[in-house]
Design a protein around this ligand. Sequence first.
Ligand SMILES: C[S@@+](CC[C@H](N)C(=O)[O-])C[C@H]1O[C@@H](n2cnc3c(N)ncnc32)[C@H](O)[C@@H]1O
Ligand SMILES: [Zn+2]
Length: 694
Amino acid sequence: MIPKECKRLAEVDFPIAEVSRHSAREKSIRHGHPSTLHLWWARRPLAACRAILMALLLPDPCDDHCPKDFRNNARRILLDHPGRPEKWAKQISDDLGLRKTILSFIAEFANWDNSADPHFLKTSRDLIKAAHPEEIPLVVDTFAGGGSIPLEALRLGCETFASDLNPLACLILRVMLEDIPRHGPALAEELLRVSTEIKKQAEKELAEFYPGDSDGGSPIAYLWARTIRCESPNCGAEIPLIRTFWLCKKANRKRALQYRVLQTKGKPLQVDFEIFEPKSEKEVAPGTVTRARATCICCGAVLPPERVRAQLSEQRGGADVIFDSEGCRIGGARMLAVVTLHSSIQGRNYRLPIDKDYQAVYKAQKQLIEILGEWERSGRKGLSPVPDEMIPLTEIRRISVPLYGCTSWGNLFTSRQAMSLSILSSLSRSQSTNSTVLNPGVNRLLALSVSKQAERMSSLVSWITQTSAPRGSFARQALGIVWDYCELVPSVGEQEYSQLIDAMRSVIENLYIIGNVGQVQQHNACEPVLPEKSVPIWFTDPPYYDSVPYAHLSDFFYVWLRRAANPDGSLLLTNQLTPKENECVVDRPHRLSASIKNNEYFECMMARAMAAGRTLLADNGIGSIVFAHKTTEGWESLIGGILSGGLIVTASWPIQTERGGRLNAQEQAALATSVHLSVVRGRKMLQSVTGAKY
Ligand SMILES: C[S@@+](CC[C@H](N)C(=O)[O-])C[C@H]1O[C@@H](n2cnc3c(N)ncnc32)[C@H](O)[C@@H]1O
Ligand SMILES: [Zn+2]
């Protein structure tokens, strides 16, 4: 046993530079990386978690209280490590050299390329066994989210317990820590079998709503603009809300839209589009909307944000086309261009919309009415096929779509998207009940695949002109309106359903090598989840103050998960929306929000969570808390919480975990460096925590 007095490596030294480098690099790795299983916000890089965890688990060989056996065994294990550098043999004989060698190993193992290498796995596990010869240490993460910390604990051969308040996080955790280690390849195979069936059926049911082109081309995306009417007395023209007239900025395929204003007697002015090949930026007209202020391209009048919001609210966000009874478009969303693939032409092509494109949308609208009608006729049995749960206004600063009339989660989808997703959900649900052998695991994966698909099939997906590719609904940790959005075709291109399943299968293959099974529980981190003093390592990553409104964002997925999952209740999807009460975050204030989650709330909840962590920690246990924030308030609240909760900070390691070039400079600053604090039990927690206000 490591004596209480003995310092851990994480309290004395740490290879910050190398681990930062590996962490930053890991962000660009997609194939087989667990983050591709499903989106979760502010995931910590596995590299940083793995390295810190090892440094928490291992004693400092230079400490007088370090067990002698550990030093001897560690020397032997490291010298046996295949492919070790020559210099290890020279430096390892004295204690400082041993410390240096362990740190080099930790730094090397942080490399993603080594993470599944059997030699690295063996050496790390052997070192940990040498430090904990009596029993395998238990690692607990009470804010586990997307599961980076518990996954690394399993990799290092530890017993692992992960909990989170959020049901989507728990679903992801269950798949990663329980289903994959338990079933591995069999799970991947069953997923492939069942999803192939779903895909076949979905393609059959959806084909008429996504027709191919008569010249053999296949549309992969429809580019749309929401529209409003110019309110200038003599104009009344339709204003397509367009951020940019560019369609593609790739050097060899520059394409953009240009327009003509048409005058027909007795009718408002009209705008006609053409696709052309601009030679320079100057030839492309500026967009019609910036910061919710719209400019009429016919008369130049400007509509203020209030009027834009009011007009879009009348159209429930305006992502749908308004047709007359004959199926002719009379308003609403306007199709700007269609992106197609063609076997005889290289790359992506852009064409103007034709009648057939609108007819398919009209048909889809009628089909959706049919689906909803059937549900009504059944006496509203089960959930409505399209999510009718309301979007709370609590996070209106970051989830601002209700200001534009998207008041329910279903309003974020065009009728065609909602119809497609409801068909996919119902196919998944019925396949779930049919699948027998690996029921729970496959059900969870199928439900996650539908919710993943929803992220790529909403009217908040935008078209990136630089790369000629879509950007998912969660490009930011927020849900703001997208004026000109991209409607993807679910059966072709890289957004295809089977590609998404392939990504899940790669994760299964990649993680299966880890072998151990963990334990997951939905739980509030402010209450101790295990017996007092039973935990040797408590390593956790609480929310970063006001950076990410997890529960609110996850509702986007949650409503589809409930529709796609087998309703046997085993997936923790029983509430209407994800629980917000008890979530440790600061909600950004707004006059429409009734939230009480301010600075004081956060500090109080942090203090309770820290006190709960302290309760779990064994006398000789050690904790680590990850935190990132750009403001003093954020840091003060965390530190206040740690001190009130009765913990003592013994070291801090800043790790640069983000690569550059992210979307939002503020988000980047907020999360670019995360600090890993090592903590141990202090004498006592403050009285105020036991009788806390929240
Ligand atoms: C920074 S994230 C954790 C990210 C995780 N380390 C990863 O790599 O994916 C913080 C997590 O705390 C969870 N959370 C917030 N309040 C909570 C509470 N009271 N109890 C448990 N979990 C909570 C959120 O749902 C979120 O998943
Ligand atoms: Zn006008």
